[in-house]
Design a protein around this ligand. Structure first.
Ligand SMILES: *Cc1c(COP(=O)(O)O)cnc(C)c1O
Length: 383
């Protein structure tokens, strides 16, 4: 089976991990700081906070922006459940903004309309736009609305490590309060499991550091009681244990050396898919003129001319040994969200997109021969 995504591990990666295993620190040692600095420098952002997953990163990013039980978080339905669940973790109410039918990311028009129609008390405190498939959302327009309405923006950039927007790396947070990366093995760069929050805001950074480690501070400037001695620390809020290990950080840091090569190859393979699929009755990914996609996913939609159901095409491809996938089942249609009051039909663009979408295999080591096999299987399945 050709999978839809997979990691690339080099000898240098293995050596970097082995080096940590032979060192004094398995966790909270120098590798974390090195990895954070590498990513922050790559993105051109002031602060980077490595954590155990992007889900943890989203959770503490929401907490750091002050999201709480009286508040609302808006995101899109076309995403992994974590982009919405982070609001629920904070006790906030979650709502969705429909997607644009071409980009499959947040519709700025739908956001503008929904903000105007929503009474001030029910407007969001936090918006999480998702850079679906690796292509940035329209961040300038989103920033303008966030300034007009006074909400924070946390970019879910789990798919977009190494991508660019408006000529600058995704994660520079020029148009947001924070951005979140994932280092799960199917994503662009991996640490096994892992995530990161990026921000230019010093106040957020301080809280993020605390929240990833139990709400504990060792900074005497933040103590409520007198500093009792060199062993002393204070827990000043409720935090979590969301730390990344040095073993993981060493892998991530070593992977970062190949990030540009990863992005280049994914881009070449996406271009090649575009050419190979040109005559098939499928809709190829739309390309934003403002963004360079990191190409986490290559998603096609079955055109109206395809007589077969998406399920049949999907099953035929799986039977042919092609590990196709579907991204994403709209979050509001999940049973848990049904119980919160959402109903099918609430976000028609995300639902219409989902009904016809198929994710084709795309990863650094996918060979052109394998890619040709994918296209042959798709051609057969569409017949
Ligand atoms: C993968 C993913 C996450 C969660 O990442 P983890 O590191 O697995 O917690 C969040 N949002 C999106 C859009 C993702 O694809």
């Amino acid at each position: 089976m050709i999978p839809y995504g997979r990691q690339n591990i080099s000898e240098a990666d293995i050596l970097a991990v082995a080096e940590v295993l032979r060192s004094d620190f398995l966790t909270q040692g120098p590798a974390i700081e090195r990895f954070e600095k590498t990513v922050a420098d790559y993105c051109g952002v002031r602060h980077a906070v490595a954590v155990s997953s992007a889900t943890a990163a989203l959770h503490i990013a929401c907490l750091a922006t002050g999201l709480g039980p009286e508040d609302r978080l808006w995101t899109v339905p076309n995403t992994f459940v974590a982009s919405a669940n982070c609001g629920l973790y904070c006790g906030a109410q979650v709502d969705f903004v429909d997607i644009d039918p071409n980009s499959y990311t947040l519709s700025v028009e739908a956001l503008r309309r929904k903000l105007a129609e929503t009474p001030p008390k029910k407007r969001p405190k936090v918006l999480i736009p998702v850079h679906f498939s690796g292509q940035s959302c329209d961040m300038k327009a989103i920033r303008a609305l966030s300034q007009a309405y006074g909400f924070s923006v946390i970019e879910d950039a789990a798919h977009a490590v190494g991508g660019a927007y408006d000529g600058q790396p995704v994660g520079d947070c020029r148009f947001s309060d924070a951005a979140v990366f994932s280092f799960h093995p199917v994503k662009i760069v991996t640490t096994g499991e892992g995530g990161m929050v990026l921000t230019n805001r010093d106040d957020l950074y301080e809280r993020l550091i605390r929240l990833r480690s139990h709400g504990i501070t060792r900074n005497p400037g933040h103590f409520r009681n007198p500093d009792a001695g060199p062993w002393y620390y204070e827990q000043i809020e409720l935090g979590y244990h969301y730390r990344m290990t040095d073993i993981q950080a060493a892998l991530g840091n070593s992977q970062m050396a190949r990030l540009d090569a990863f992005i280049r190859r994914r881009g070449e393979l996406a271009d090649r898919y575009d050419a190979l699929l040109a005559d098939l009755p499928v809709i190829r990914p739309w390309r934003s003129p403002d963004a360079l996609s990191a190409w986490h996913l290559y998603v096609i939609r079955l055109g109206d001319a395809v007589g077969k159901s998406r399920r049949r095409v999907f099953e035929d491809m799986r039977a042919a040994g092609i590990g196709v996938n579907v991204h994403y089942i709209p979050v509001h249609t999940q049973p848990y969200y049904y119980d919160l009051g959402f109903r099918p039909g609430d976000f028609p663009q995300a639902e219409a997109y989902y009904a016809r979408a198929i994710t084709l295999p795309l990863y650094y080591d996918l060979s052109e021969t394998e890619q040709d096999r994918v296209v042959r299987a798709l051609t057969g399945a569409l017949r």
